[in-house]
Design a protein around this ligand. Structure first.
Ligand code: SF4
Length: 70
């Protein structure tokens, strides 16, 4: 049987330490996003990461799901 350690089985996004969108949050709601995307399996679909990997300009307030933070 494979032991279950799913919470930490996914490597964090390599851009996490310098992703400027998280500095714009006033509340801990960013932790929800970070768990889902930056530290989870959804990082492959992150709108920010796609732009970074295309060497495109990434709006500072772009959220991982493609919405914009007000
Ligand atoms: S928002 Fe996207 S690009 Fe930024 S750290 Fe999270 S997964 Fe990576």
């Amino acid at each position: 049987m494979i032991s279950s350690n799913q919470a930490s089985s996914h490597p964090s996004c390599e851009f996490l330490s310098k992703c400027p969108v998280w500095g714009k949050f006033q509340t801990n709601s960013k932790l929800f996003w970070i768990k889902q995307y930056c530290e989870g399996s959804k990082q492959v679909s992150c709108a920010r990461k796609k732009l970074v990997l295309e060497n495109a300009e990434v709006p500072a307030n772009l959220l991982p799901n493609g919405d914009f933070l007000d």
